[in-house]
Design a protein around this ligand. Structure first.
Ligand SMILES: Cc1cc2nc3c(=O)[nH]c(=O)nc-3n(C[C@H](O)[C@H](O)[C@H](O)COP(=O)(O)OP(=O)(O)OC[C@H]3O[C@@H](n4cnc5c(N)ncnc54)[C@H](O)[C@@H]3O)c2cc1C
Ligand SMILES: NC(=O)c1ccc[n+]([C@@H]2O[C@H](COP(=O)([O-])OP(=O)(O)OC[C@H]3O[C@@H](n4cnc5c(N)ncnc54)[C@H](O)[C@@H]3O)[C@@H](O)[C@H]2O)c1
Length: 516
């Protein structure tokens, strides 16, 4: 009886997985032998036809494509499956790269309009050519995605364009974009399917008037008024782009502060700076309704804790309230791959899921949803598969908001250190006292360093200022190498550079700065 039930289950499973359609249990007596035989034959045919790989990666974003290149470099026969028709994932196609392109273009416009004259550069009639701006953004995106295809060819990674489904450990079935299916056999499968925008109840995204970041990166007109739901990374970066081009921005944030993960002192200073740029903030507030009106949209907001609602007019609403892991259509439930309450694939320190032979990296697993973290995951995961010592230290992953000024941080905030009861020193240095920042007339912001009171080991560094996203890496190195604030302070820094502000903040942490 047990053997019969087992055979029944096997037949049902294989028939379902391979789209033979279910075999009704009433037919099992008669059909069992036939169906079983069909399955066995199909298994043989499949094994012969399916391509043998060492590693198959589902998803070609920063996690997936970097893992693929590294795997090939390590000698694995590697295939990367991507369904959007272009490599680079969210980051290259609709995330990091297009947003940074628009941030740069809009910053240049803003500078030309407001700040060139102060430097003795006079231009009359500065105008925005939005189609041209979008063209430059698209050129950056397509150049970079094609560059990854080139790297795949160079390192002999097979690129399969289509949607991958894991049918069993060692088997990935791909519905090809060009039509038909392809079966891939492999020793290891890496899930790198990334994340998708988090939708809010009752607020339907049409990517025209009510947009996610994807729509906000491709608007065809400069909106007069925009309501941004969520004062996090995406909200503030996209608000900066459109605000600089002339849109009136209102950011509605559920929490009591923007970018809640940021050091509170830096965050407060950041908000003041954005307010000077005419961004309006409604904190502890939620959007309860977005409706069409004759002139555009009516956005109903109310206190997060409940209370009287008010209506704000807008032409565009941007939904930027976070992102959720993307695992749709992968077949995880059928395989028994465990996910947590946020839908993230649960992995161990070797990126292994609850099912042998299946691994996961990037936005689809816990940890910061950042491209560079996904890349590090990808490298470490395949190094571990190759028997090497792959490791990612999530405590030293920097975060950068690419507004102007930029805000960058690594390690612990003052609040976290305090809450953990760790004795600490803080050193700060304002860019107003930095000669390079003054010479370029871009001196808003500060460097803040937090170090252990007794050992002076650097615990966290927070920078708001021009090029903060570049400067943060000396702090990342300091944290990785367990440096003290004195180590940073006694390292000779070039003059005149913005980085001298980091050196001076380090001096202020264990002793005194010179220039403040
Ligand atoms: C507007 C915006 C700006 C951002 N800016 C930055 C930034 O400046 N810096 C930064 O570090 N991070 C930024 N991010 C976050 C960054 O984009 C992500 O952290 C990063 O892309 C995650 O990489 P990933 O490889 O895990 O997933 P993704 O980049 O999401 O890639 C996953 C890929 O898998 C594919 N896929 C999914 N399911 C399947 C399937 N079944 N079969 C085949 N393919 C599949 C998807 O099509 C996708 O291309 C930004 C995000 C957004 C939205
Ligand atoms: N520069 C970068 O590195 C960069 C840029 C863009 C995106 N990203 C990544 O993409 C991810 C998603 O970005 P994001 O900005 O959507 O998320 P986020 O987590 O950075 O910010 C979302 C914000 O929305 C708020 N919020 C949530 N629900 C809300 C509601 N109903 N009403 C009002 N506010 C609400 C949250 O309190 C939070 O402040 C980020 O986690 C980040 O890792 C990074």
């Amino acid at each position: 009886m047990a053997a019969r039930a087992q055979a029944q289950r096997l037949v049902q499973h294989v028939c379902r997985s391979w789209n033979f359609g279910p075999v009704p249990s009433s037919q099992f007596g008669a059909a069992q032998g036939v169906a079983y035989g069909r399955c066995i034959n199909a298994v043989r045919a499949y094994s012969a036809a399916a391509e043998e790989n060492d590693v198959v990666i589902v998803g070609g974003g920063p996690g997936g494509y970097v893992a693929a290149i590294k795997a090939a470099q390590l000698g694995f026969k590697t295939t990367c499956v991507e369904k959007r028709g272009a490599l680079g994932g969210t980051c290259l196609n609709v995330g990091c790269i297009p947003s940074k392109a628009l941030l740069h273009s809009s910053h240049m416009f803003h500078e030309a309009q407001h700040n060139f004259a102060a430097h003795g550069v006079k231009i009359d009639g500065v105008q925005v050519d939005l189609p041209k701006m979008m063209e430059q953004k698209n050129k950056a995106v397509s150049g970079l995605t094609k560059g990854i295809e080139g790297l795949f060819k160079k390192y002999k990674v097979t690129y399969v364009k289509g949607s991958g489904k894991i049918t069993a450990p060692g088997s990935v079935s791909v519905e090809l974009l060009e039509g038909g299916t392809k079966e891939l056999k492999t020793k290891h499968i890496i899930i790198a399917t990334g994340s998708d925008v988090k939708s809010l109840p009752g607020i339907a995204i049409d990517e025209k008037q009510v947009v996610s970041s994807t729509g906000a990166l491709s608007l065809t007109e400069i909106p007069q008024k925009m309501v941004v739901i969520g004062g996090g990374y995406i909200g503030l970066e996209m608000a900066s782009v459109w605000g600089r081009l002339g849109t009136e921005i209102t950011v509605v944030e559920f929490g009591d502060a923007i970018v809640p993960s940021m050091d509170a002192e830096v965050r407060r200073s950041f908000q003041r700076t954005l307010e000077k740029q005419k961004m309006k903030f409604k904190l502890k507030t939620k959007v309860s309704k977005v409706e069409q009106s004759e002139s555009g949209l009516k956005v109903t907001v109310e206190p997060a804790a409940g209370g009287e609602s008010t209506v704000i007019d807008a032409n565009v609403v941007l939904v930027a309230a976070g992102r959720v892991p993307y695992t749709k259509g992968l077949g995880l439930e059928e395989l028994g791959v465990k996910t947590d309450k946020f839908g993230r694939v649960e992995v161990d320190e070797h990126f292994k899921s609850s099912v042998d032979g299946i691994y996961a990296i990037g936005d689809v697993i816990p940890g910061p949803m950042l491209a560079h973290k996904a890349e590090e995951d990808g490298v470490a995961c395949v190094e571990l598969l190759a028997g090497k010592a792959g490791h990612v230290n999530y405590d030293t992953v920097p975060g950068v908001v690419y507004t102007h000024p930029e805000v960058a941080s690594v390690g612990k905030t003052e609040e976290q250190v305090k809450a953990a009861g760790i004795p600490y020193n803080v050193g700060k240095f304002p860019f107003m006292a930095n000669s390079r920042a003054r010479s370029i007339d871009d001196a808003d912001g500060l460097v803040k360093i937090i170090a252990h009171k007794e050992t002076d080991k650097v615990l966290g560094v927070h920078i708001m200022g021009p090029s903060a996203g570049e400067m943060i890496h000396e702090a990342c190195l300091a944290l990785e190498y367990g440096a003290s604030s004195e180590d940073i302070a006694r390292t000779c820094h070039g003059h005149p550079t913005l980085s001298e502000a980091v050196k001076e903040a380090a001096m202020a942490t264990y002793d005194k700065p010179i220039h403040f």
